[in-house]
Each structure stands twice: as structure tokens, then as C-alpha cells.
Design a protein around this ligand. Structure first.
Ligand code: UDP
Ligand code: MG
Length: 309
């Protein structure tokens, strides 16, 4: 018998906890045939609703259901990390509670592992049902990441992944505080098979990500997996030095040839304000990295557990 651990991060998902279980259990026959036992780890990420109660109720019915409950909301990244740490399975799969990651795909994922892959990842090829600006910026983000990061980060990749123990241990060996899992998956490598599917809308409840949260998350992603912005800041600095050098020569030559009529106050103000803008922007970029380094150096725990069942 081999063991499959299912990690389900939950934040205010009371309506979905049971539905997820019901959908997942539909693969029962397949698991039996393949001699796969399973454990479902619901990671309650500081929900304010009855998620914990729902999971405990399920646990009473089926003791393969487990609960890891955080002391507050630490974010989905922390929830996935906790789930991976607590998982005991030979295989681990991460799935959203809202059934946007269809459990019906699992048999196909397993057969890919049998073909010799270490990891089966999924990506959605469409973003239907999502607000257009959100899709637009998401696409931009992936395009940008492709340019500025050496780590492969797939457009539309979901966190829905089936991994072997070896891959899970590799991911767990990355103990960074600023976790950007999509990048971490790419960074660890291994033979990965990609499955594609059309976007499925969330079953019940609503999305936990608003535009700002996603924007900040994308900045996390960039700073965690690329130092290109720092280089850009340096290049912009050099560029401005060169331009000003040319300007100095130009002004000296012009003064020698045509004298020095006092004029150009407005242009001077424009130049000063523009350059201070560029400077502040560059300092801001450095600040972003400094802030991340600061958080990293503190070595705070990624999550705190209040209760485990
Ligand atoms: N989630 C979480 N902590 C958070 C936000 C979300 O554990 O702070 C979970 C959430 O319960 C769900 C999954 O992460 O199971 C994906 O969240 P959601 O469906 O809101 O994101 P979307 O699918 O809209 O990108
Ligand atoms: Mg969702």
C-alpha cells in the first residue's frame, strides 16, 4: 500500500469542506484498484467561519481526515508549507478547497507518475469567469517573470500538483520566509508533466484574493525570484550619469561660444524633479529587497499551529 497525502488550504471555506471530501472520495475505486491509501489534511488558515467545525465533523466520520489549524491567517503559502511538512504520504497533492482543482483529474495524474515523472502539474488554459483586468495583469506578470527570472514560472500554473516524496522533501528544504510557491516549484526542477484544463469557477463562497492582494503577491514573486530590478536601478543610474556628462560638455561649449544668457529655469526644475523621481524609485526598489531581507533575517516561523486533530 502506498499513501497519498492531500493538502487542502482553507480560509473561510465552511461550505466547501464537505463538498470537497465528497468529490474527492469519488476516486475511491481507482485508489482501491491501485492500492493507494489516503489522508486529507485540511489546513485551516485562521478562518473566521465554521471551517474548523466542519472539518472536525468530517474527522468523526472518517479518520483519514485531519485538521491543522493556525493561530491566525498566515496566507495560502504558509498553509501549503504546513500541509507539506505534516504530510506523511509517498505522494502529496495540493488542492484548493473550492473545487477549482478537479479531483477527477487525479487518476490521469497518477498514470503520469507511473510513466516516470516526478511531478504532475496543472495549468489552466483559459481564465473565463475572471475579471478582465485581473487576467490582463496576470498575463503581464507571467510575461515579465519570463524575462527577468531564470526560474521557470508557467502562465496559468495552479498550485494543484501531485508530487513524489522526493519532490516534497526538495520543496521543504527551501525554508525561506517569503514563499512564492509557483517559483519554488520551478526552482526545484525535476521531471514535470503539465496537464491543461479549462478554468473552473469556484463552487461556493468567494475568492480570497482582491486586486491589491494579488499585486502585492506579484511583487513578492518578483523579489523572491529575480534580482533584475536591482540591476535595472543601477543601469538607470549609469544612464543618467552619462546623459548629464554630455549635458555638461554641451553647456560649457555653448557658454564659451555664445555667452551665458540666464534662462532655462523651467527646464531645470523639470530635470530636477524627474531625476529625483528616478532616484526615489530606485531607492524604493532597493527598499523592497531590503524589506524582504529584513523579514528573512528575523527567522520568524512561517506559521503557528493552534490545534491539530
Ligand atoms: N486560502 C488560504 N489562505 C488565504 C487565502 C486563500 O488558505 O489567505 C485558500 C482558499 O481557502 C482556497 C485556496 O487558498 O482553498 C485558493 O483561494 P481562492 O479560491 O480564494 O483563490 P482563487 O482560486 O480565486 O485564486
Ligand atoms: Mg479558488
Amino acid at each position: 500500500m502506498s499513501l497519498l497525502s492531500v493538502v487542502v488550504p482553507c480560509y473561510n471555506e465552511q461550505e466547501n469542506v464537505e463538498d470537497f471530501y465528497t468529490e474527492f472520495i469519488k476516486n475511491r475505486d481507482y485508489f482501491e484498484k491501485k492500492e493507494i491509501d489516503f489522508e486529507i489534511l485540511y489546513v485551516n488558515d485562521g478562518s473566521k467561519d465554521d471551517t474548523v467545525k466542519e472539518v472536525k465533523r468530517l474527522h468523526e466520520r472518517d479518520e483519514r481526515v485531519h485538521l491543522i489549524s493556525f493561530s491566525r491567517n498566515f496566507g495560502k503559502e504558509a498553509a501549503m508549507y504546513a500541509g507539506l511538512q505534516k504530510s506523511k504520504g509517498d505522494y502529496v497533492v495540493i488542492m484548493d478547497a473550492d473545487l477549482q482543482d478537479p479531483p477527477s483529474l487525479l487518476p490521469e495524474m497518477f498514470s503520469s507518475l507511473e510513466e516516470g515523472f516526478d511531478c504532475v502539474a496543472t495549468r489552466r488554459v483559459s481564465r473565463k469567469g475572471e475579471p478582465p483586468i485581473r487576467s490582463f495583469f496576470a498575463r503581464r506578470f507571467y510575461k515579465l517573470m519570463k524575462k527577468i527570472s531564470k526560474t521557470e514560472i508557467m502562465d496559468g500554473a495552479r498550485d494543484y500538483r501531485l508530487m513524489t516524496r522526493q519532490v516534497v522533501d526538495a520543496i521543504l528544504s527551501m525554508e525561506e520566509y517569503n514563499r512564492f510557491t509557483k517559483g519554488i516549484f520551478g526552482w526545484v526542477g525535476f521531471e514535470t508533466k503539465w496537464l491543461e484544463y479549462e478554468n473552473i469557477e469556484r463552487r461556493k463562497g468567494e475568492t480570497k484574493w482582491n486586486f491589491w492582494k494579488l499585486l502585492l503577491y506579484s511583487i513578492d514573486g518578483i523579489t523572491a525570484f529575480s534580482t533584475m530590478p536591482l540591476s535595472i536601478a543601477a543601469v538607470v543610474g549609469i544612464l543618467f550619469c552619462v546623459i548629464s556628462l554630455f549635458l555638461v560638455v554641451f553647456i560649457i561649449v555653448r557658454t564659451v561660444l555664445f555667452g551665458d544668457p540666464v534662462s532655462g529655469w523651467p527646464s531645470l526644475v523639470c530635470i530636477i524633479s524627474m531625476i529625483s523621481g528616478v532616484q526615489l524609485f530606485c531607492i524604493g526598489i532597493v527598499g523592497q529587497y531590503l524589506a524582504k531581507t529584513y523579514m528573512e533575517v528575523k527567522k520568524r516561523p512561517i506559521y503557528l499551529i493552534r490545534e491539530e486533530v
